[in-house]
Design a protein around this ligand. Structure first.
Ligand SMILES: Cc1cc2nc3c(=O)[nH]c(=O)nc-3n(C[C@H](O)[C@H](O)[C@H](O)COP(=O)(O)OP(=O)(O)OC[C@H]3O[C@@H](n4cnc5c(N)ncnc54)[C@H](O)[C@@H]3O)c2cc1C
Length: 513
């Protein structure tokens, strides 16, 4: 087995997969080390019981919370990373997300780059990931000269009716940008694609634009790119200068293997990338590698995410209801001077979750009856970077996430805003009256939007990575996953991770010339 490469990428998700795609044409030898395996195409891919209740594709690893209690993180170790399961909602952050912004809970700090600097890479990422959407409807939309590569998905009739009703109240919902390959570019298959099992499921049709089918598959066609699965990166070792990563230590099927890369890129996800650096401590760096700032693992963010299901007499015949979003309260609201967040439609919750949430209100009703009369909303508010919210390692090497939610006022007000809209709709439509609303808020195990553990910045004292996402302390170590985020915004993070990976990729192509 070859163990020496020009570039080693650790992790094959939104960041790592996209970077591999960008670097493949360089002709440099590139190795992707991925701890997971390919998700097999099998009938269980679309079985909600297997996917959600039994967690067939989730890790069985235990992490520990701030009280040292074990929990099961909602995360997936697989080729393509968490994008194999994601809902492919591909949002740009807004211009203000890059600036210092006041929130109910305090300050959301400015990023060291502006939206304008990331804009061309957002456009590139939207093209790469076949984003379907429509510009010019959402007033918070950031400026761009490029349209979406594909038109928005058509709302199903129930969702079209809801969309129109919400618009008629004066709100400004807009089609949710979705990364999906429907064969419009002549490249993908032309058979009809069923999108109902999309959000939260792996997609055996490969219509969902995830990092494996879009980026890795393409990158791996190049003879200079290879992938080793089942390869858990344990530690990074440096040469005598302490300024260069010289060895990437891996455990694969119980065997230890060492790889060498001229350039090493962390893309293991915000939690695991921090954990790898913390595990890479030694006599000269007892607090971990690249950690002269003491910030590795700090400023851990998760978003405040939650779901509301509205049960009413009104039928909802949608198979794919995830088709619009509402950002009217993103920066403020009529009764709130600070940002609240976003409201989106989401894929239908799985039967066990719905039956459990509804059991006290609708005893004896089947999932189908409930599902045909419910709409599922996803709400997201920003959580602010806090030095004390931290990924760390326990004595036995396991991961601990010390996290206390903040900026809760924004989230509570956002929920109220959704209820206000639903109440107004019910005033007009008798079938929506006397609705039952249930839901859940994601806690520390809801790590799907993990971010911020290796924040980037100009000053090595106050950031781990520099503006090119190279570790300040090392000459050849980069990170391109969600760890570089300085603040979280309130949009799903993948498109920003992909865009940044393309930006860093451009820098690396220049460096490698
Ligand atoms: C159910 C679900 C729905 C989602 N929906 C959306 C959505 O609609 N829109 C959106 O923007 N985001 C969504 N997300 C979030 C999105 O998937 C993540 O933000 C994104 O995948 C993070 O990218 P990443 O590169 O940071 O990490 P990941 O994509 O998680 O990739 C990290 C990779 O590193 C590997 N790895 C970890 N540790 C090691 C190690 N030690 N050695 C080797 N490899 C390692 C992992 O196996 C994984 O493949 C969703 C997530 C989930 C779970």
């Amino acid at each position: 087995m070859n163990t020496k490469y020009d570039i080693i990428i650790i992790g094959s998700g939104a960041g790592g997969g996209t970077l591999a795609y960008k670097l493949a044409p360089s002709g440099k030898s590139i190795l992707i080390l991925e701890r997971g395996n390919y998700i097999p195409k099998e009938k269980e891919n679309w079985d909600p019981k297997e996917v959600f209740t039994n967690g067939r594709y989730r890790t069985t690893e235990k992490w520990y919370d701030k009280n040292d209690q074990p929990f099961s993180p909602y995360t997936h170790y697989a080729v393509g990373g968490n994008t194999k399961m994601y809902g492919a909602a591909l949002f740009r952050l807004r211009e203000n997300d890059f600036k210092e912004t006041k929130h109910f809970g305090g300050l959301s700090p400015a990023w060291p780059i502006s939206y304008d600097e990331l804009e061309p890479f957002y456009t590139e990422a939207e093209r790469l990931y076949s984003a379907h959407g429509e510009r010019g409807i959402d007033p918070t939309e950031p400026k761009t000269k490029s349209g979406y590569p594909f038109p928005p998905l058509k709302h199903e009739p129930s969702m079209q009716e809801l969309y129109d009703s919400i618009r008629s109240l004066g709100y400004r919902p807009f089609p949710l940008p979705i990364g999906v390959r429907l064969g419009e570019n002549g490249k993908e298959g032309s058979s009809p694609v069923r999108l109902s099992n999309f959000d939260g499921f792996p997609d055996p049709t490969e219509a969902k634009a995830d990092a494996q089918v879009v980026s890795l598959k393409e990158a791996l066609r190049a003879p200079n790119v290879s992938l080793i699965t089942g390869a858990h990166v344990d530690r990074l070792l440096t040469d005598k200068s302490g300024k260069r990563v010289s060895v990437v230590e891996v455990t694969r099927h119980g065997e230890k293997i060492s790889f060498e890369g001229d350039i090493v890129v962390l893309a293991a996800g915000a939690v695991n990338s921090a954990a790898i650096l913390l595990r890479s401590n030694g006599r000269s760096n007892p607090n971990g590698l690249a950690n002269s700032s003491g910030l590795v693992g700090r400023n851990y963010m998760l978003h405040q995410n939650g779901c509301i299901i509205n049960f009413s007499k009104k039928p909802n015949t949608s198979q794919f209801q995830k088709s619009f979003s509402l950002s009217d309260f993103y920066s403020q609201a009529n009764d709130s001077e600070y940002p609240l967040g976003t409201i989106q439609l989401m894929g239908k919750n799985d039967p066990d979750t719905v039956l459990d949430l509804a059991k006290d209100y609708f005893p004896g009703k089947s999932f189908e009856e409930l599902s045909n009369h419910s709409i599922d909303f996803w709400i997201t508010s920003e959580d602010l970077p806090d030095f004390n919210n931290q990924v760390t390692l326990r004595k036995d090497g396991s991961i601990q996430t010390i996290y206390t939610v903040n900026n809760r006022e924004a989230y509570n007000r956002l929920k109220k805003k959704l209820f206000e809209i639903l109440d107004k709709l019910a005033e007009r439509d008798p079938l929506l009256r006397d609705a039952v609303r249930v839901g859940y808020d994601l806690g520390v195990s809801g790590v799907s939007h993990q971010m911020g553990t290796l924040k980037f910045g100009k000053d090595p004292k106050f950031s781990v990575l520099d503006l090119n996402c190279k570790a300040h302390d090392l000459d050849n170590l980069y990170a391109v996953d969600a760890s570089f985020f300085v603040s979280a915004g309130a949009y799903n993070p993948s498109l920003t991770i992909m865009a940044n990976a393309l930006r860093v990729g451009k820098h690396l192509l220049g460096r490698l010339k």
